[in-house]
Design a protein around this ligand. Structure first.
Ligand SMILES: [Zn+2]
Ligand SMILES: [Zn+2]
Length: 225
């Protein structure tokens, strides 16, 4: 899928000639995140390292690389990618991630996409996190993990549940299927981080890794989403 030629020489956003999915001015003009919380990337007052929530519940990863804010036109690109299967929109997101702040794992990491439940993947046709991970893998020469996280059951709807119930709901939702992770550097890849609950649940299933980071396209700052 990802190998298909994309872009057709025109910027996806402004139609100017471009060698990648987006032209240089468009990629530079995407809504970035100011320096923020090291755990979840929400913007913080200068000098602070972690937000209140991450101080209270430290994230199970060492580093978070999240270059963009989930706002126009990122929201449109994500929707086109996710629900219309637009690979050029996915390539635009990957391009922005490869241009933004980079993860710095201590050794060559395995990229691990956040999985969809298979029923959802069958319906949608593909997992956008996996497509992103493939593009990032090509861009960085970092391999996809020889194995993956499996969603062990479809998580019931989260709406209307208290925070604790929500976490319980997700707690055993993922399982690692693959080689031993001890000492490895791992990078979880996803498109949008909202509360971070899914990423936390994935991270729990990767316990034992030597180093764990997350690499996510965009942070949603308003929790209505
Ligand atoms: Zn452009
Ligand atoms: Zn935080």
């Amino acid at each position: 899928m990802a190998a298909r030629r994309i872009g057709k020489g025109r910027c996806l956003l402004c139609q100017a000639p471009a060698t990648q999915a987006l032209c240089r001015p468009c990629v530079a003009g995407l809504p970035g995140l100011e320096a923020g919380c090291a755990g979840c990337a929400i913007p913080l007052a200068a000098g602070a390292a972690l937000c209140g929530r991450c101080l209270q519940r430290p994230p199970p990863w060492t580093s978070a690389a999240i270059p963009l804010r989930y706002a126009f036109p990122i929201d449109r690109l994500v929707l086109r990618f996710k629900y219309q299967g637009s690979l050029v929109a996915g390539a635009a997101l990957a391009q922005a991630m490869l241009r933004g702040p980079q993860p710095h794992p201590p050794s060559r990491p395995w990229l691990i996409p956040v999985p969809l439940h298979w029923t959802r993947e069958r319906w949608r046709g593909f997992n956008q996190a996996r497509e992103l991970a493939l593009l990032l893998s090509a861009g960085k020469s970092w391999p996809l993990a020889p194995g993956g996280l499996l969603r062990t059951r479809r998580t019931p709807a989260q709406a209307g549940l208290g925070r604790q119930q929500r976490q319980r709901n997700l707690r055993q939702a993922f399982q690692w299927h693959g080689p031993e992770l001890t000492g490895r550097s791992l990078l979880l890849v996803d498109d949008v981080m909202t509360t971070g609950a899914t990423l936390r649940a994935c991270a729990k299933a990767l316990a034992g890794a030597g180093w764990l980071g997350i690499w996510v396209t965009a942070r949603a700052l308003d929790s209505n989403r």
